[in-house]
Design a protein around this ligand. Structure first.
Ligand code: SF4
Ligand code: SF4
Length: 100
């Protein structure tokens, strides 16, 4: 089983100011970065997103959920092949969006 972490971005709107999940996670599962790369100007702080990336490191302690002030984090454990299928579908959807 492997962790799958989803962030509700309607609830997590200012990750650069908050960063509580990043700070508390003992396994450094989260990363925070801009959604786009901008040339010639600084990225607006509102365009940063927290994502769970290093799922294999997650111990399931749920500390991130406890500290999140907005309840934006959802964590569940799923089978590894199921996660691979989810990634495949998300990737296909992203590619489809780019070609439209
Ligand atoms: S459950 Fe624990 S180890 Fe997993 S992402 Fe949250 S704080 Fe990190
Ligand atoms: S703790 Fe919650 S609100 Fe704060 S950055 Fe993490 S996901 Fe967003």
């Amino acid at each position: 089983m492997i962790a799958q972490i989803k962030i509700d971005y309607d609830l997590c709107k200012d990750p650069l100011s908050c960063r509580q999940c990043l700070s508390v996670c003992p396994s450094v599962v989260f990363v925070c970065g801009p959604t786009k790369k901008w040339k010639g100007r600084e990225t607006d702080p509102k365009e940063y997103r927290i994502v769970g990336r290093y799922f294999d490191k997650c111990s399931g302690c749920r500390d991130c959920i406890k500290v999140c002030p907005t309840g934006a984090i959802n964590l569940e454990f799923i089978a590894q092949d199921q996660l691979a299928q989810i990634y495949k579908e998300e990737r296909a959807a992203q590619l489809k969006e780019r070609t439209i």
